[in-house]
Design a protein around this ligand. Sequence first.
Ligand code: SF4
Length: 453
Amino acid sequence: MALKALDIYKMLPKKNCKECGFPTCLTFAMKLAAGKADADSCPYLDAATKALLHGATRPPIQLVKLGVGERQVPVGDEIVLFRHEKAFYHPPAILFSVSDLWEKERIVAAAKRVMEEVFPRVGENLRFNGLAVRNDSGNPDAFGKAVAAVEEEAEFPEALISSSAEALEAGLARCGNYRPVIHAATPENFGQVAPLAKRFGCSLVVRAAGLADLARLAKTCGDLGVRDLLLDPAPATLGEYLIRSTEIRQKAIDRSDPDLGHPVFLDATGFVPEEAAVVTGILKYAGVIVTSVLPPGTARMALTLRQNIYTDPQKPIQMTPGLYRVGEPGPDSPVLATVNFSLTYFTLLGYLEASRIPCHLLIIDTEGFSVLTAVAAGKFSERLVKDSLDRYQVAGQVKHRNLVIPGYAAPLSGRIEEVTGWKVLVGPRDAADIGEFLEKEWVAKGRAIRAGP
Ligand code: SF4
């Protein structure tokens, strides 16, 4: 059970000596309860109390780091069942499946795609995370060679999928320092596979169909010394996956079964249609998803969905406020003001670039709200517009004093003119119309509608 700050406080020595790095014992207790401090930081706690606090304050779902270096992916460490309660923090790693029956060139091509493919979207570079090598041949040598082919390209997380300890060992011997995820320890083979994971310092997927068996197996492998575990609930259908992954998350979050407090592993390749399994995995709690090498359209869908689900619903994706140049704007170019909601910025930017009219784009700090919401909530105000014009020295960039504001901010136009001294042009409501608007209101009218000083 999770302990509340007050319960923890009662266990502390209350010396208020600050040796833990916090100003008082109460602060330390509050940080511990929030999972933001470590019981080891207080030197006055006895071993039994520390053990109790460790159990009660560790994250309900263990954090597992896949791979090493720049492409390392943390998964797990989630704290809520529903995204709207707080946020989901660690997007699932999506690994493309390759087979040891494939020609080397085909394996290398998949590895190159994972290394090189990037989808830029609303200020982020979206990528797939790694490869899962599958021992379809049943032959340890073939598996070792397939892993070696990946290793030639790999600087990303890998999973080794085999039920044979011999094949896994042949693969692990070719992995260098990359420490792949091993899939899987089952009730039948855990005695051979768990020691391998421990010896090679790898994370280990445990696989069993019943949740009681899964929890028992996870505990056994943990007791055998494997530190990082993932859970494969062995679903035969997508419906089974949904039920089991949800139950795992529920029991982990409410700590009713701490042995289920590990990220979930979903092999989506066996489901038809596979896209449905990928979507379900992203929406419902997978920490790792193995897919076929996805075609471009499905790939974009998966990465976009993952990005959307794993943005903080209470914090819209934001642009840094400032004055941005679109094209090569000069002193006669238009100045457009808008909000710092990323989706607004990138949508508008796309249409501005398409219009081929260079301009200055003033991004105002509306705390990530869209235009309509920002205007309604008072986050896009005449005072803020003036402060932004001043802070980013917009007047020094242009000869005129004309400011285009979004169509939905029209009710503020008079007040903005009054406070800033700039003439306000109310732009279109739909960003798609901005090119036509600028052609008509700016280019056709000779650009400088009101000359500056
Ligand atoms: Fe309190 Fe222990 Fe921190 Fe000292 S080190 S302030 S006793 S919690």
